[in-house]
Design a protein around this ligand. Structure first.
Ligand SMILES: [Zn+2]
Length: 373
C-alpha cells in the first residue's frame, strides 16, 4: 500500500504551493543523505518526499492525484508501482530548493552508488552570477566563461591492471574468525578503474588540461539571492570513462535603484506634490517589466499604498507573481515664497484644511496589517 503524498509531506490537501514547497524542503533536509550517511530508511524517505513533491508541486499532476490518487500515475508515463526517482534526478530537479542548506553539491565522488561499475565524477565548479531585479523578474540566459578541466586531445586510457577496472582491490586477511575479505579503493587508479596509457606533454597526471568554455545558464524567473542552481555536467570532466562534475551557480541579486524586494512583492516610494495630491494626478511608474500608468484620485492621502497586482516577482515554483506596492508620499516644500506662505497661513483657519480622517483613511498600522494578511 502506497503512502499518501500529503501524509508523506505532513500537510493537508488545502496546503498552498508555498506551504508544499516549505514542507518538502523540511523533509529533504531532515532525510538528506549528507546528514544520514548509509541510512537506507532515510534515503527511502528522501526519495518518497521528492516523489510526493514532484506530483504536488505540479498543478496538473496534483489535480490528477487529488482525483484518482496513486492510480493516476500507474501504467504508462507515471511513477507506476514502486518505481522511484533516483537520487541524481532528485538533485538535478530539486537540488536548488534544499541545496543551500548543504554545500550545494550532490554526492561528489562517485556518481550513482548502485550497480557494479563505479564511475569517477569530476569535481564541481562554482561561480557567482549577479542579476538585476529585472533579470530576476523575467528570467534570463547568462553566458559565463569557466575554466574547465577536460581530457587532453590524444590522451589514451587503459583498464587499470591492478584492479582490473573494478576501482577496488580485495584484501584477504587471516583473523581468529577465519579469512576476511575487505575491499579498499585501488591505490593505483584512485578508484577510477582506469590509468593513463599515453598522454600529451601538456596534460597533467590524469591526462587533463584546462580549457576556457562559455557556458550558457538558463536562470528561471523568481530566483532568490543566495540560491544555488546546478548546471549538470559543466564542472570538471573526469579522466577515463568518468562523468563530468557540475557547475554550481550561486545567485546574487543586485540592489535596485528604486525598487525594494520583499519576497515576491516589490515596494516603490512615489513622491507627489501638495497640488498633485489635492487635484489628483496620473503618474508613470517603472516596473520590472515596463512602464505602468497609475491614476491617483484627487484628495489622496500621504501614506496611501496602491497595490498593482501581479507586477512583482514571479513565484519560482507556483503560479502567479507578487504585487508592486506603491507608497504615496506627499512632498512638503522645504522653503516657501512670500505668496505661498501667505496662502498657507490663510488656510490654517480654513475648515477644509483641518485633518479629518475617515475610517477609509486607514492608519499606518492597519495598512501594514493588511499587507501581511
Ligand atoms: Zn585500479
Amino acid at each position: 500500500m502506497k503512502k499518501d503524498f500529503y501524509e508523506i509531506l505532513g500537510i493537508t490537501k488545502s496546503a498552498t504551493p508555498e506551504e508544499i514547497k516549505k514542507a518538502y524542503r523540511k523533509k529533504a533536509i531532515e532525510f538528506h543523505p549528507d546528514k544520514n550517511p548509509g541510512n537506507k530508511e532515510a534515503e527511502e524517505n528522501f526519495k518518497l518526499a521528492a516523489e510526493a513533491y514532484e506530483v504536488l508541486s505540479d498543478p496538473d499532476k496534483k489535480a490528477r492525484y487529488d482525483q484518482y490518487g496513486h492510480q493516476a500515475f500507474d501504467g504508462a508515463g507515471g511513477f507506476g508501482g514502486g518505481h522511484h526517482m533516483n537520487m541524481d534526478d532528485i538533485f538535478s530537479q530539486f537540488g536548488d530548493i534544499f541545496g543551500s542548506a548543504f554545500g550545494g553539491g550532490g554526492f561528489g565522488g562517485f556518481g550513482g552508488s548502485s550497480g557494479g561499475q563505479r564511475r569517477v565524477k569530476g569535481s564541481n565548479l562554482r561561480i557567482k552570477v549577479k542579476l538585476t531585479l529585472e533579470e530576476i523578474a523575467n528570467g534570463v540566459e547568462k553566458k559565463v566563461k569557466v575554466k574547465r578541466k577536460i581530457q587532453a586531445p590524444g590522451v589514451k586510457y587503459k583498464t587499470c591492471p591492478t584492479c582490473n577496472g573494478q576501482g577496488q582491490v580485495l584484501k584477504v586477511t587471516n583473523t581468529i574468525l577465519g579469512r576476511m575479505q575487505t575491499a579498499t579503493t585501488c591505490h593505483v587508479c584512485g578508484g577510477a578503474g582506469q590509468t593513463i596509457e599515453s598522454k600529451p606533454n601538456n596534460a597533467d597526471a590524469y591526462g587533463m588540461i584546462l580549457e576556457d568554455e562559455t557556458v550558457s545558464i538558463k536562470i528561471p524567473a523568481g530566483v532568490v539571492d543566495g540560491m544555488q542552481l546546478k548546471v549538470t555536467g559543466k564542472g570538471n570532466d573526469a579522466p577515463g570513462n568518468g562523468v563530468a562534475g557540475d557547475l554550481i551557480v550561486a545567485v546574487e541579486e543586485l540592489e535596485h535603484d528604486f525598487l525594494k524586494r520583499e519576497g515576491e512583492n516589490l515596494h516603490f516610494d512615489l513622491y507627489i506634490s501638495f497640488a498633485e495630491a489635492a487635484l489628483g494626478v496620473s503618474k508613470e511608474i517603472d516596473t520590472v517589466n515596463g512602464k505602468v500608468r497609475i491614476k491617483l484620485e484627487e484628495g489622496i492621502q500621504s501614506g496611501k499604498i496602491l497595490r498593482l497586482k501581479g507586477k512583482g516577482i514571479p513565484s519560482l515554483n507556483s503560479y502567479g507573481s507578487g504585487d508592486l506596492l506603491v507608497h504615496v508620499n506627499v512632498w512638503t516644500p522645504k522653503t516657501l515664497t512670500k505668496e505661498q506662505r501667505q496662502f498657507f497661513e490663510k488656510s490654517l483657519n480654513d475648515a477644509n484644511f483641518i485633518p479629518n480622517p475617515e475610517k477609509s483613511d486607514k492608519s499606518f498600522f492597519e495598512k501594514v496589517k493588511d499587507m501581511f494578511s
